[in-house]
Design a protein around this ligand. Structure first.
Ligand code: SF4
Length: 283
């Protein structure tokens, strides 16, 4: 599933349909789930535009909250207050040591500035922001001196210049297949092997003891069986005086218990899904 975010046009923007990252999709899903509060759809509310002195048509605004008998949107003043509290709780300070303050609009500027400064072409950033004119986007990203951006780009170019030019070409089909295959081959009995691409297993495939193993919470039953088996083997080794075995089995058992704790801490991807209760694929 590819999460898409449909942005309703404001007075100056255009309607936009954007691909969003899984992290942002999760945050938006949480907000929707909280605002719906068990109902099938988001409540429709109107927004008063103080500058235009107009009420919007009823829309499923994301940032709304119950107030009295009905839901109301969070006003920019309220959002700013929440941002101030969050910045204060995080201990953020500005250059003069005073409390750091943000307006909601700052995040649009920060996004645009970061995106363009890290190489996104301005016309793509303009599309994402819904700007009709490139000049508007360029004004957004004027927060940083052009000098700073140029120095950063020169630094990246210098770093690239130090790498063999062979690395800066299109991969062949065979190389690409080999790269994808690496991720397939990282699946092991209890989860995913986290070793870097192109590196061999240094630990003789003793995954239960290996720090590179990222345990999959869905394999908790299998790990419980392994622990049971290790305990039985350890008891037998102690009974029969196989002291050489005891030490190794104790190490494996300790590592297995650690992996079990990790699995129990990380929610499985299936259980971390948020039930929207929506009857259609679109929210
Ligand atoms: S022992 Fe470690 S490095 Fe080797 S396959 Fe298992 S998890 Fe990966």
């Amino acid at each position: 599933m590819i999460p898409l975010l449909q942005v309703t046009p404001s007075k100056t923007d255009r309607e936009r349909l954007l691909v969003v990252s899984p992290e942002l999709a999760e945050v938006l899903t949480l907000i929707i789930s909280r605002v719906r509060n068990g109902a099938e759809r988001l409540p429709l509310v109107t927004r008063y535009d103080g500058a235009e002195r107009l009420h919007s048509p009823p829309l499923p605004f994301l940032f709304q909250r119950p107030w009295g008998l009905a839901n109301h949107i969070l006003t920019p003043h309220r959002v700013k207050l929440l941002l101030d509290r969050t910045a204060a709780a995080a201990g953020l300070t500005d250059a003069s040591g005073g409390a750091q303050r943000f307006t909601p609009h700052d995040f649009r500027r920060i996004f645009a500035t970061e995106a363009v400064a890290t190489g996104l072409p301005v016309h793509i950033a303009a599309k994402l922001l819904g700007h009709q004119s490139l000049a508007t986007t360029q004004a957004y990203v004027a927060v940083y001196d052009q000098d700073v951006i140029d120095h950063h780009r020169a630094f990246i170019a210098r770093r690239r210049g130090m790498r063999p030019s062979e690395e800066y070409r299109e991969p062949t089909d065979a190389e690409w297949e080999e790269f994808l295959g690496h991720f397939e081959r990282r699946k092991v009995e209890l989860g995913i092997c986290g070793r870097a691409y192109g590196t061999p297993c240094q630990h003789e495939h003793a995954c239960i003891r290996c720090p590179m193993l990222r345990p999959d919470p869905k394999q908790v039953g299998r790990l419980a069986e392994i622990i049971e088996n290790l305990e039985a083997r350890l008891a037998e080794a102690r009974d029969r005086g196989w002291l050489g075995e005891v030490e190794g089995l104790e190490a494996s058992l300790g590592a297995a218990h650690q992996k079990l704790t990790t699995m129990q801490r990380v929610p499985s991807s299936a259980s971390s899904h948020i039930e929207l209760g929506a009857t259609r694929g679109r929210i």
